[in-house]
Design a binder for this molecule. Structure first.
Ligand SMILES: *Cc1c(COP(=O)(O)O)cnc(C)c1O
Length: 490
């Protein structure tokens, strides 16, 4: 399987090269040249590992089966995930099931990808004979940062530098990041918002002079953001897994169509669902759920992408995003792989902050995606409602998915809602929703939430308060380049 650029500006590369490069050096994202077909309804006894093997093998065809198996086993085990099956399902009403994607070390769905991606990268480098020391640069709105730090911590031949918006992440997210151990991890708080951080990281990647400068010292940049195919492909697995679990539990029959509702920010998770659909999972609609930063749902309604708008800080901060990187992959596919148009749109986005797609494309998009957004009040109401009706606590991101799903026209099909974070990760807002009060701090929120709901506290959050702070850098946006060079000792 080869990987090609969404902008038609780079030769086709192997999966190992696509993962090693992260993004296309001249701009653009790597996508599989064609999508393999993978059977959606496995034997009832299939394990998560076996599903992962079946889905990943044809996508990473230059990796050997034992190489893929070794990556899967190193990533998904009892040390990193608190249930043997990696992801779990919980039916909350007759036609709604929540897919728990947060059983990994950092309590958010990004662990599913970021526990395995470092193993892909190390394997890819070995296969390609790459000697350079990889420097992973991450811009995070909260959850990616910690998940990447945990994934890459003590990873051989790799260092990781994470930038997060100082006021744009929750107290728990910040603590999770600044307490990270490992001798190759670096964290900096940036005075700016997430999009500022992400734009600055992208420009570091795009800076050819900087690239040459660090190469002379034996370094090369790479990315752990969901623009890296090695990050996206493991997410396809759980769409297969969820479908198999619904069949195994008799909630649906093999072959039945279902929907997935996905709380969306960078369009990565929902895109993985779209790939799963194209590879064979019987998915009718993908429901793109936004919070108040509704740039994506507006785009899907109108065909006009417009990032020139007010940026809101919400209770679902991991979705507070105005530039959804992975949308580029989707537009490439639905435009019939029209790299010229994609290039034009993204040049326009960089220049003017927006672009417009033609009517027929908008129609094609609306046939497979349903999009909507909900406000903050609705998020709290939804957390409370699900708790009252199903006795089950969801977090504020998951609530966006549930609410948007409940608002759309009913098609009679079962819908799986991706649960992207443990409620304990955002416990003060969740407590507010359920008990109508705030606690003194995040830790007391966790305790009180546990007392009320009886759901066990996620083990990744249980001991956070005792951990020493190891990273205390705070920098201006303009200082990111020199911070990187300083960390590399240059
Ligand atoms: C990252 C994240 C999202 C958004 O996922 P995308 O792949 O960027 O669309 C939603 N919820 C949580 C909790 C997240 O961490």
């Amino acid at each position: 399987m080869h990987y090609i650029s969404t902008r038609g500006n780079y030769p086709a590369v192997s999966a190992a090269e696509a993962i090693n490069l992260g993004m296309v050096p001249r701009g653009g994202l790597f996508v599989p040249e064609r999508l393999p077909a993978v059977d959606p309804a496995p034997a009832a006894s299939e394990s998560y590992h076996q599903t992962a093997q079946r889905v990943l093998e044809p996508l990473l065809s230059d990796f050997t089966s034992p190489e893929i198996r070794a990556c899967i086993e190193a990533a998904y085990n009892e040390e990193s995930f608190d249930i043997p099956d990696v992801t779990g399902i919980k039916q909350i009403s007759e036609r709604e099931t929540v897919l728990e994607l947060w059983h990994g070390p950092t309590a958010a769905f990004k662990d599913v990808a970021l526990q395995i991606m470092p193993h892909f990268l190390v394997t890819a480098k070995r296969k390609l004979g790459k000697q350079a020391h990889t420097v992973i640069l991450v811009a995070t709105s909260g959850d990616t940062g910690k998940a990447a730090l945990e994934g890459f911590k003590n990873c051989e031949g790799v260092s990781i530098i994470v930038f997060f918006p100082d006021d744009g992440v929750s107290e728990i997210q910040k603590l999770q990041m600044v307490t990270t151990d490992g001798d190759n991890t670096h964290v900096a708080a940036v005075r700016g918002n997430f999009d500022d951080c992400q734009t600055a990281v992208k420009s570091l990647f795009g800076d050819e002079r900087l690239g040459r400068l660090i190469a002379r010292e034996g370094f090369v940049f790479s990315s752990a953001n969901s623009i890296n195919w090695g990050r996206l492909c493991p997410q396809i697995v759980y769409y297969y897994r969820a479908y198999g679990a619904l069949v195994a539990q008799g909630i649906i029959q093999a072959g039945d169509q279902i929907n997935f509702a996905v709380p969306t920010g960078n369009f990565g998770n929902i895109l993985a669902g779209w790939y799963a659909k194209r590879m064979g999972v019987p998915i009718n609609r993908l429901i793109c759920a936004s919070n108040k930063n509704n740039v994506l749902s507006d785009f899907i309604w109108t065909g006009r992408y417009d990032r020139n708008r007010e940026f809101f800080r919400t209770m679902s901060p991991s979705m507070d995003i105005l530039i959804s990187s992975n949308l580029e992959r989707y537009l490439f596919e639905i435009s019939g792989r029209d790299a010229g148009s994609v290039t034009g749109w993204y040049e326009k986005l960089a220049r003017d902050g927006g672009f417009m797609i033609p009517e027929d494309l908008k129609g094609a998009m609306q046939r497979e995606l349903v999009a909507n957004w909900v406000d903050e009040t609705r998020v709290l109401e939804t957390v409370a409602q699900v708790y009252q009706d199903a006795g089950y606590v969801i977090d504020t991101h998951t609530a966006v998915g549930v609410a948007v799903n409940r608002d759309r026209e009913d098609d009679g099909l079962h819908t799986v809602i991706d649960s992207t974070a443990s409620p304990y990760k955002f416990s003060s807002d969740v407590l507010q929703a359920i008990a109508g009060r705030k606690a003194a701090d995040e830790f007391q929120s966790i305790e009180q939430l546990c007392r009320i709901s009886g759901q066990p506290v996620h083990r990744g959050l249980a001991n956070l308060r005792e951990r020493p702070i190891r990273h205390d850098r705070v920098i201006d946006i303009g200082a990111m380049r020199e911070t990187v060079l300083g960390i590399l000792g240059m």
